[in-house]
Design a protein. Structure first.
Length: 253
């Protein structure tokens, strides 16, 4: 077992939890909707059988040293869409901040995980680990967008913060995808021609499950590429772009 360092003095530890299940009337119920610390999930009006939850930031976070997390369980037959009210801004503090996202999607269930961007402010370091577990027949749309530095960081000539992100996906008990990106000062070669090549944003869109992947895949925008994953219905679109708006367009937003 790998030892986990204790949180820094004054740092925050908090985890939000969302559970979605069929309501017996063709829709989706939310038996668990619990926030903690800066993570406040709020149900809003959905469309069709899917429930819609918005993650609202109730305080400035994550700061360096914080340990935050979100656990989502979409039970068999349910449908859930999760967005966020604003971008997540990583702020400097004593050591890296950690953010864990655990998503479980049951058989025949659907999850659209579509939060706003993660922004690494100057002097910060955020470590994100997203773990996704999919049952047979589960459908997933997962978007991840990373922005290095705030506008005024760049305007003042300050270097951006650092974002270290790992995405691990298992489907029917088998590993589908396990990748890590490390961007920003201190990460080897992060701004070289093989990584960002001078761009300020990076992102990806993961599509898994029956009818999720476009067929045929549309022509990728400049700076993006489609990757076929194991199985006939799993694809990954990756992109780099000069700004957040261009990145969102490249990912189909």
């Amino acid at each position: 077992m790998t030892a986990t360092a204790p949180p820094a003095a004054g740092a925050l530890t908090a985890r939000a939890r969302i559970t979605a299940g069929p309501d017996g009337r063709g829709g989706t119920d939310l038996p668990v909707l619990a926030g903690a610390g800066p993570l406040a999930p709020r149900r809003t009006r959905g469309s069709g059988p899917a429930a819609h939850v918005v993650l609202v930031g109730s305080m400035a976070a994550p700061l360096g040293g914080d340990r935050l997390g979100v656990t989502v369980d979409v039970r068999a037959g349910a449908a859930l869409r999760v967005t966020s009210a604003a971008a997540t801004i990583s702020l400097p503090g004593p050591g890296p901040a950690h953010y864990e996202v655990d998503l479980t999607v049951g058989e025949g269930a659907r999850l659209d995980w579509l939060p706003e961007q993660v922004v690494a402010a100057a002097g910060s370091h955020l470590v994100v680990h997203t773990r996704i577990t999919l049952a047979p027949g589960a459908r997933l749309r997962h978007r991840e967008e990373q922005v290095l530095g705030r506008h005024h960081d760049w305007a003042r000539g300050r270097p951006p913060g650092r974002l270290t992100s790992r995405l691990t996906v298992r489907r029917a008990g088998r590993l589908l995808l396990d990748q890590q990106t490390d961007l920003g000062p201190g990460a080897p070669g992060w701004d070289g021609p093989a990584v960002l090549a001078g761009h300020r944003t990076a992102g990806q869109l993961l599509l898994v499950g029956p009818g999720s992947a476009p067929d045929p895949a549309p022509a990728p925008a400049e700076g993006s590429a489609w990757l076929a994953l194991p199985g006939a219905d799993a694809t990954l679109l990756t992109a780099v772009a000069p700004d957040a708006l261009t990145l969102r367009r490249a990912l189909g937003g």
